[in-house]
Design a protein around this ligand. Sequence first.
Ligand SMILES: *[C@@H]1O[C@H](CO)[C@@H](O)[C@H](O)[C@H]1NC(C)=O
Ligand SMILES: *[C@@H]1O[C@H](CO)[C@@H](O)[C@H](O)[C@H]1NC(C)=O
Ligand SMILES: *[C@@H]1O[C@H](CO)[C@@H](O)[C@H](O)[C@H]1NC(C)=O
Ligand SMILES: *[C@@H]1O[C@H](CO)[C@@H](O)[C@H](O)[C@H]1NC(C)=O
Ligand SMILES: *[C@@H]1O[C@H](CO)[C@@H](O)[C@H](O)[C@H]1NC(C)=O
Length: 409
Amino acid sequence: MAFTTTVLAWSVLEFGGFMGGPDRDHALDAIRWGTDYLLKATSRPGIVYVQVGDPYRDHGCWERPEDMDTPRTSYAVNASSPGSEVAAEIAAALASSSRAFRMVDPAYSKTLLSRAEQVFEFADKHRGSYNDSLGHWVCPFYCDFSGYTDELIWAAAWLFVATKRPYYWSYVVHNVEKNHMALNANFGEFGWDSKHAGINILVSKYVMKGGIDSNPFLPDADRFICSILPESPTKSVKYSPGGLLFKPGGSNMQHAASLSYLLLVYARHLKEANRTVRCGKVVASADRLIQVARSQADYILGSNPSGMSYMVGYGNKFPQRIHHRGSSLPSVIKHPKRIECKEGSPYFLTKSPNRNVLVGAIVGGPLNVQDHYDDNRTEFRQSEPTTYMNAPFVGVLAFFKGDPNLSRT
Ligand SMILES: *[C@@H]1O[C@H](CO)[C@@H](O)[C@H](O)[C@H]1NC(C)=O
Ligand SMILES: *[C@@H]1O[C@H](CO)[C@@H](O)[C@H](O)[C@H]1NC(C)=O
Ligand SMILES: *[C@@H]1O[C@H](CO)[C@@H](O)[C@H](O)[C@H]1NC(C)=O
Ligand SMILES: *[C@@H]1O[C@H](CO)[C@@H](O)[C@H](O)[C@H]1NC(C)=O
Ligand SMILES: *[C@@H]1O[C@H](CO)[C@@H](O)[C@H](O)[C@H]1NC(C)=O
């Protein structure tokens, strides 16, 4: 949720001008929904509430939010049981959002910023993974795989964006240099767990302007771009016959959406600096990056071999059996009687389409590189929608709304 909020705020900062007034207001409303919650979760100094609900009991039920009666236990990290990855991502969300609200609501923006600084200090001073502190309450469900160094640097980078204080810049430079080897293992990743590629693309805006040493940020950002472009000799992702950027592991649309978002942000910085990216003998212009992002956006919205939009409710053909409790169970208006924990199972297992159309939700998409999608509720790696897939896509769509004919192929 914190990552979703950070990326939505970044989308407003980069491409808010292309959204148009009403859509930008919707985006800001969505961000505020997240930051209001995160302010409450961090209101007591030295404690960060990171999860509500027993994940074992919750996963054991297929029921509507209105009927839920599983324990609402809350889980917190603190100085003796730290959680730097989750606390730092919350700091990043508060800092980026503070920047997004600076002009529209200065008082709120100030509140977000001072909280961001406080939470970052807590995350940095008391280092550790919530994996270890909260154990089986958070992992195997929501494990941290990539460690917390990336989130600490990411949060510091956002605090630099929000404050321009040299302290945060030094923190970023010092820690990237110190951990470069370890960070390198994930240089091509950007998602709720790994922030690495995002750090380099975010920071590139400041180092490209000159006056600041661009090492290692620009080489790492370029290397990331070269790991994505289809024609690059150092490409490390795959493309399906239909043109979908693919990485193994499920919920693939998170990669298609988040990496496309980074391509567009970098393209913008490249244009401003009159730069290109060199991948061996291949030279890629900003327009080429935009073209690749465009191909992914078009694929997600229906330009693919199945002729299906992976955004629910968009186009003539879209997923009908998404892995989502509220969407698959009948509404309380149509079925006022309570549906108990296990009474939802028939709705989970039925071959019938979901009762409620969750308009706008993007699902995980194909599980293999052959463009094949199983429209099956039990196949959650394909059919589950998540906010961390939708959030970067907001930025992608805003960019193309700004110039709808850009790089149409
Ligand atoms: C710190 O958090 C852990 C894990 O949530 C908890 O068991 C412990 O009681 C907390 N310590 C304090 C001093 O609140
Ligand atoms: C958290 O747990 C997962 C699963 O056991 C493990 O792969 C990962 O390395 C752990 N992360 C940290 C930061 O310890
Ligand atoms: C941009 O770079 C190209 C090639 O390096 C150069 O020919 C051109 O004059 C530059 N344009 C601007 C506006 O600096
Ligand atoms: C969904 O997949 C499950 C197992 O993977 C299978 O048993 C079931 O028949 C499938 N349902 C549909 C609607 O194809
Ligand atoms: C985009 O292309 C269409 C069809 O070629 C054209 O009608 C429209 O004016 C163009 N829009 C913009 C914003 O350039």
